[in-house]
Design a protein around this ligand. Structure first.
Ligand code: MG
Length: 311
């Protein structure tokens, strides 16, 4: 009989939600399966993951929401260590993207034990790796102030509403230059590695996080029409390229220049402000333990239920 493998597990013990409490309980009940490392800040989680990578650890498990996960991804970037995920957050965007069960930790642990490795693209903004998406011109601080429950209900609406608030008065002129040569102008830009944005919404309808391409949505104008178009696009299963206020591109690398400093968010976390942003493919892909089949298109159901009120 073989002894089950014991994984280093990075978690944030301070997470206070009901889900986090249950997750902590699950980890404790399965304590023989993990070497548990509690980290208090994202920076600690990143540093620890980076150390495991440098030591050649084959697998590191991140137990947490998107914040903890992103920190661990940043630490593992550029290495061979494979990421396992126990999704315990509110949104679990990347776990959903990869088809990892986000509501059943027992199943999520099975996925880790099954050992199927998927290699996904990592992109960087001015050197900071991200795995799911990034946004230029969106006020991440508004999102941070939004409570977890409200975020769960509003999802991407929280982002869009904050964008309207920020862009409303006088949106900064933003120039997007694609590595392929084309240049376009807009007021805000969203960049997707995966299809999902802000939880369950398939904003980047053509995205494939293993095709070496970044999907880029350029918003041509601010205001209510922009929000309406975007919502209608989401309800149809993704942003349409020809909606007038929104343009859709795919590119291997993008430069974004703004006429003044704008807020930038990376994987849903506030990254900082900048006026010259370079998005590039990371040197190496990220290895992730995930189901071989990404499973049912469950978000189609969500979109169907949303469709009536976005008409
Ligand atoms: Mg892609």
């Amino acid at each position: 009989m073989s002894v089950p493998r014991r994984y280093p597990l990075i978690l944030n013990p301070k997470a206070k939600s009901e889900r986090a409490r249950k997750a902590f309980q699950f980890v404790m009940e399965n304590a023989t399966r993990f070497a548990i490392y509690a980290t208090n800040t994202a920076d600690e989680a990143r540093t620890l993951a980076c150390r495991f990578k440098d030591e050649g650890e084959p697998v590191v498990v991140a137990a947490g929401g998107d914040g903890t996960l992103n920190a661990v991804v940043r630490g593992l970037a550029g290495g061979e260590t494979t990421l396992g995920i126990l999704p315990t957050g509110t949104m679990n965007v990347f776990a959903r993207e990869m088809g990892i069960p986000f509501d059943q930790l027992k199943r999520a642990l099975q996925v880790i034990d099954e050992g199927n490795v998927e290699e996904v693209d990592l992109f960087e903004v001015n050197g900071t790796p991200f795995v799911q998406m990034a946004g230029v011109g969106f006020d991440a601080q508004v999102i941070e102030e939004t409570s977890g429950e409200l975020k769960k209900v509003l999802g991407p609406l929280a982002y869009l509403l904050s964008a309207v608030k920020v862009l409303g008065d006088k949106p900064p002129k933003t120039t997007v230059t694609f590595e392929e040569g084309q240049t376009v102008e807009g007021v805000a830009v969203l960049l997707g590695n995966g299809t999902l944005y802000g939880g369950q919404f398939r904003l980047f309808r053509k995205a494939d996080n293993a095709d070496d391409l970044l999907d880029v949505v350029v918003f041509k104008e601010a205001g209510l029409k922009f929000v309406r178009d975007t919502l209608a696009g989401l309800a149809r299963g993704g942003i349409k390229a020809d909606s007038g206020t929104v343009e859709y591109y795919q590119s291997s690398g993008v430069k974004v220049s703004c006429e003044r400093d704008v807020p930038v968010e990376v994987d849903g976390e506030f990254w900082g402000r900048g006026d010259e942003l370079e998005f590039a493919h990371s040197e190496r892909k990220l290895r992730v333990l995930a189901p071989e089949e990404r499973g049912v298109a469950w978000w189609e159901e969500v979109l169907k239920t949303l469709a009536p009120w976005t008409k």
